[in-house]
Design a protein around this ligand. Structure first.
Ligand code: ZN
Length: 158
């Protein structure tokens, strides 16, 4: 019975925002599915910290990386420097595999927010009487000539 139990891996993705800036990191990895619950960001960061700490303690490149970050080593530094084979080894020990980091920043200021409606608000109400339109685009006011025609249709006043 020398067969090692096969590890079950699960893909994860975490969005890590940088506060007060339009920058964020997207961290993807395969994590071991077990009692450590590494698919949860809060557990993942604990494991990641453990691996990076071990990497700093046990390797020259780890210490150099910490130095060059002015003792401020964060996800942005890892994104820039890449994940070395030594760090990969430490990550594997804590159950993290194939970790990749992308950083993104929103250069352009704009006002589009997550909750903004994806339909034109003026499409919602009748141009003649201001009443709300139904899903077919007809005015809900039965006395309005647009209650049985589209807003772009013309009619003869009768
Ligand atoms: Zn109307």
């Amino acid at each position: 019975m020398k067969n090692k139990a096969k590890k079950t891996l699960r893909p994860v993705e975490f969005i890590v925002p940088r506060s007060s800036e339009n920058t964020y990191a997207i961290v993807t990895a395969q994590v071991v599915l077990d009692t450590r619950s590494l698919h949860l960001a809060d557990q993942f960061i604990l494991a990641l910290r453990k691996a990076v700490t071990q990497w700093i303690r046990s390797s020259k490149e780890g210490r150099e990386s910490l130095d060059s970050s002015s003792e401020d080593l964060n996800i942005g530094d890892l994104a820039q420097d890449g994940i070395s084979p030594k760090l990969k080894k430490e990550l594997a020990k804590v159950g993290i595999f194939e970790m990749k980091i992308d950083t993104n920043s929103r250069d352009e200021e704009h006002n589009w927010e997550y909750d903004d409606h994806l339909f034109e608000d003026d499409w919602e109400s009748c141009e003649k009487c201001g009443t709300t339109l139904n899903s077919k685009g007809f005015c809900k006011d039965k006395t309005c000539p647009y209650s049985d025609r589209q807003q772009d249709q013309t009619y003869t006043e009768g």
